[in-house]
Design a binder for this molecule. Structure first.
Ligand code: FFO
Ligand code: ATP
Length: 205
């Protein structure tokens, strides 16, 4: 595999990502707002989230399936919410969500602008305390194989969880059209347990 292919994923993953991002970029603010409300409603129905004391999540940006409504609902009910801080090597550090005022806009080189927590950094191992992990993605297939943005950040999180024996619920939030028959799987791709879309929850395995 060439260095470039390694950095960005298999060629068919790249093509797939480009197509999926193009569809997302066509969504209106109204589309994303309505979807976010439905996503929060369905996600909060998941017993794995209702029972969780700690949830590792992320702050959606742009036309990503919205997580803000969900984050605020979890935070308001006393769930400990951890948010990622992107490190220079694409690994993730974590800090607690302390409400909207605690987020800062960060532009990482060559990446979309992210909203990250400004509180104390807890270290990459902090995710091991999560009872549920919400993962970003661009698509998931019928086996639960997730296609990410290609940074490998969440591949590392999943590898770290597996290595430590932690077994949190793994949930990806997507639009309905992003649940597809097949995404290319590589050996390091670990499946998720459920996908939440505006039309409901689907479980794998
Ligand atoms: N809202 C949000 N937060 C997140 C992620 C995410 O996907 N969404 N991440 C998920 O891992 C981590 C950050 N990793 C990221 C990796 C790539 C890009 C990005 O903008 N990629 C460009 C392509 C640029 C490139 O070639 O690297 C793109 O997708 O258009 C953003 C975040 C943690 N926080
Ligand atoms: N456990 C790991 N540790 C370090 N790098 C890894 C690990 N797993 C995968 N990678 C690397 O991460 C890069 C991206 O992998 P892949 O294309 O599967 O990303 P993705 O799953 O779409 O992205 P993400 O995990 O960020 O959502 C690849 O170069 C891959 O070799």
């Amino acid at each position: 595999m060439s260095g470039r292919a390694e950095a960005e994923g298999q060629p068919n993953k790249r093509t797939l990502r480009r197509g999926l991002l193009a569809v997302r970029s066509g969504l209106t603010a109204d589309d994303t707002r309505k979807a976010a409300a439905l996503l929060a409603e369905h996600a909060l129905e998941l017993t794995e989230l209702a029972a969780a004391r700690t949830v590792a999540a992320y702050v959606s940006v742009g036309s990503e399936p919205g997580t803000r409504v969900l984050l605020d609902a979890l935070h308001a009910r006393g769930t400990r919410v951890l948010l990622p801080v992107l490190l220079p090597d694409n690994d993730l550090d974590w800090a607690a969500y302390e409400g909207e005022g605690s987020l800062v806009r960060v532009r990482h080189r060559g990446k979309i602008e992210l909203l990250e927590p400004s509180g104390a950094r807890l270290g990459p191992e902090a995710v091991l305390a999560a009872d549920a992990v919400l993962l970003p993605g661009l698509a998931v297939d019928e086996r639960g194989t997730r296609l990410g943005r290609g940074g490998g950040s969440y591949d590392r999180v999943l590898a770290r969880l597996a290595l430590s024996g932690a077994d949190p619920a793994l949930v990806v939030l997507l639009y309905d059209s992003e649940v597809v028959a097949r995404v290319p799987a590589e050996v390091h791709d670990l499946p998720v347990h459920a996908v939440v879309t505006p039309s409901g929850v689907r479980r794998f395995r």
